[in-house]
Design a protein around this ligand. Structure first.
Ligand code: TRP
Ligand code: SF4
Length: 438
């Protein structure tokens, strides 16, 4: 199995995906004690993560952290895209600063849009919807990849630590892949890491909420972030904990700095071996590594490094399209768009693929299958806040008390409310765009 960020694969077996790619489970202890956990977290829609533990700790301790994500401005915005923005709004409410890339370079390179077209989509479709959905302008910036020189510079510079074999192994590029496409994962790495530059808030944990198709980019960004570090704090093969200088320039100076930091952190038994570019910390425990690493990272920019924290990520499940395949802008019947009229939406819902039985009798007798029902998915992802109400629908479907007709009607009513609300807010949103755009 290979994850391809540009294909239209649907992923079914999320557990297998997690195991195969070393994605960690988004378990209860990671979200249960966050302020008012969002429904997408509570309901297992976010099914996996990399490095979320650190984010969790920063939220709990009210320390600064950032969100960065990006969307390609191509076509119309549908419920799958809304899911990402819903998460951003939640994270904004619990203290993150929000950064959103308009991935126009990527849309240009991989989807064949012109930069003018992507600009148009961003300004008339995507950004107004972000605002209408409730994204606040405070501690929030939206920028265009093609207009942010820091992102592009970083993309170029970060490319130094990655070679062609790694790129082809990760993305399956070949001799006929256009060079802008080849470069676009580095631009995405630039997106993800630039928020840690001084100008954008400095070194801090960054969470990238995405669909699992983006995992190759996440792995690339995590790798690259660490290959540009000056220090590595780790346990050696013979179980010693040490700080190692990773570069060959200014080794003495870097060791001096590390020694100073370790003293400040109250470690007493230090053994410096300059030839190994190392300081061993005999009184450190494994649990201390994260703290040491973070403290050292924050000193790196003064020493000519970047000090990147390894970016974290969460992965959400994809919505099934109303037709049963993937929800996609290119298949309008499969998706509900935020600009659909309630009538359009109702039509799509009424003719959608449910988990109902073939006949009413049979459904009364054996019940329906909410786990395989796109209408239930609409409730779960978007339409119902109250977990008890959702549970009731689940149960009465399973035991054959609820029939698909009335269920679809209820979903259409809730959808109508939601769409009208977004429509109303979109009217004033266009005037507010300036407050968000960099
Ligand atoms: N590649 C993403 C997509 O296909 C868009 C994107 C661009 C992005 N830059 C990003 C996502 C940074 C997350 C983080 O939709
Ligand atoms: Fe889906 Fe509702 Fe039918 Fe159950 S009753 S299968 S939840 S539409």
């Amino acid at each position: 199995m290979k994850i391809d960020p540009w294909s239209s694969t649907t992923y079914q077996d999320y557990t297998r995906l997690r195991n195969e790619f070393g994605i960690e489970e988004f378990s209860e202890d990671l979200w249960k004690d966050l302020p008012k956990p969002h429904k997408l977290l509570r309901r297992g829609v976010i099914f996996g993560h990399r490095g979320f533990k650190q984010i969790h700790e920063y939220v709990k301790n009210k320390k600064p952290w950032a969100i960065l994500t990006g969307l390609m401005p191509s076509g119309r915005m549908h419920l799958g895209h809304k899911m990402v923005i819903d998460q951003l709004i939640y994270y904004q409410s619990i203290g993150a600063d929000i950064n959103i890339a308009v991935a126009d370079i990527e849309a240009f390179s991989t989807r064949g849009y012109t930069l003018d077209e992507t600009m148009e989509y961003a300004l008339t479709e995507y950004i107004p919807n972000y605002i209408a959905l409730g994204l606040k302008p405070e501690k929030c910036r939206i920028y265009f990849q093609s207009k942010n020189q820091d992102v592009k510079d970083l993309a170029y510079i970060l490319g130094k630590k990655i070679n062609w074999s790694q790129m082809t192994a990760t993305y399956g590029f070949n001799g006929s892949t256009n060079m802008a496409h080849v470069f676009s994962p580095l631009v995405q790495t630039g997106d993800i890491l630039h928020v840690q530059l001084e100008k954008y808030g400095g070194n801090r944990p960054t969470l990238v909420p995405v669909g699992v198709d983006q995992d190759p980019h996440i792995r690339l960004s995590r790798d690259i972030s660490q290959s540009h570090r000056l220090y590595n704090t780790t346990v050696t093969k013979d179980s010693k904990i040490g700080v190692f200088v990773k570069v060959d320039k200014d080794v003495e100076k870097l060791l001096d700095n590390a020694e100073k930091i370790l003293n400040k952190l109250n470690f007493k038994k230090l053994k410096r071996i300059t030839d190994y570019k190392a300081i061993y910390i005999q009184d450190a425990k494994k649990q201390d590594i994260a703290k040491i690493d973070e403290t050292l990272a924050k000193t790196e920019t003064k020493l000519g490094g970047y000090g990147f924290f390894s970016p974290g990520a969460t992965f959400h499940r994809f919505m099934t399209g109303l037709t049963g395949e993937k929800m996609s802008s290119s298949k309008p019947e499969s998706a509900i768009f935020l600009t659909d009229t309630p009538k359009d939406a109702k039509k799509k819902i009424m003719s959608s693929k449910t988990g109902g039985a073939v006949t009413l009798e049979e459904q009364k007798k054996h019940g329906g299958k909410p786990d395989e029902c796109v209408v239930y998915e609409l409730f779960l992802y978007h339409l119902i806040e109250d977990d008890k109400e959702l549970q009731n629908i689940y149960n009465s479907c399973k035991n054959g008390k609820k029939m698909c007709g009335e269920c679809k009607k209820y979903a259409s009513e809730l959808m109508e409310k939601m769409l009208l609300d977004i429509q109303e807010k979109r009217k004033t949103a266009k005037n507010k765009i300036k407050q968000y755009i960099e």
